[in-house]
Write a protein of this length. Structure first.
Length: 177
């Protein structure tokens, strides 16, 4: 559930890394009305993302996956400079290989750019509510992922990640009235 401003929810600090200026504008517009979300930095360059994270220490980094991006290196460098950070990758639906690479690199969440804005806000809140050591994906090797099962479509080979919250899946999926 998305916290409304009057709920007194703790502020979640966010940084954005994307070359797409319109997408950054859309993310700023999405974040702005939510008092518990604060955009503290943004950059058009992934190299600057590492520097921003090291200097400003946001709780969350939103990365827009782009062709030619070395997501594994970026995630490794960002988490080396700020181990407690959560990383959400946004990707186009057509680029399934990039999504597998992002999950394999250790991002904490993956959201498609065609999904409703509520999915991104819910993912932000979910990841930032988890204990510091619970939200981190452990990098996977892409080769073993591709060898699991007999599926030929790459999207069918994305692993199901463990439940990090320590609660049963039914308990974590239910919401209070």
């Amino acid at each position: 559930m998305i916290h409304e401003p009057e709920s007194g929810a703790p502020v979640i600090t966010i940084a954005i890394a994307s070359r797409n200026q319109l997408l950054r504008l859309g993310l700023r517009t999405l974040i702005a009305p939510h008092q518990h979300l604060r955009l503290i930095a943004e950059t058009a360059h992934t190299i600057q993302a590492v520097k921003i994270v090291a200097k400003k220490k946001p709780q969350l980094l939103i990365i827009v996956l782009e062709p030619g991006m070395n997501i594994s290196r970026l995630v490794r460098e960002v988490k080396a400079s700020h181990p407690a950070i959560r990383i959400i990758a946004l990707r186009e639906i057509e680029d399934s290989h990039c999504g597998v690479e992002a999950l394999s690199s250790g991002v904490d969440g993956l959201v498609l750019t065609i999904q409703p804005w509520l999915i991104l806000l819910t993912t932000i809140e979910y990841l930032c509510r988890l204990p510091a050591n619970a939200a981190h994906c452990h990098p996977y090797e892409i080769r073993p992922l591709e060898k699991t099962g007999s599926a030929t479509d790459i999207d069918q080979r994305i692993p199901v990640l463990p439940n990090w919250s320590g609660t049963s899946q039914n308990a974590s999926m239910t919401s209070s009235p």
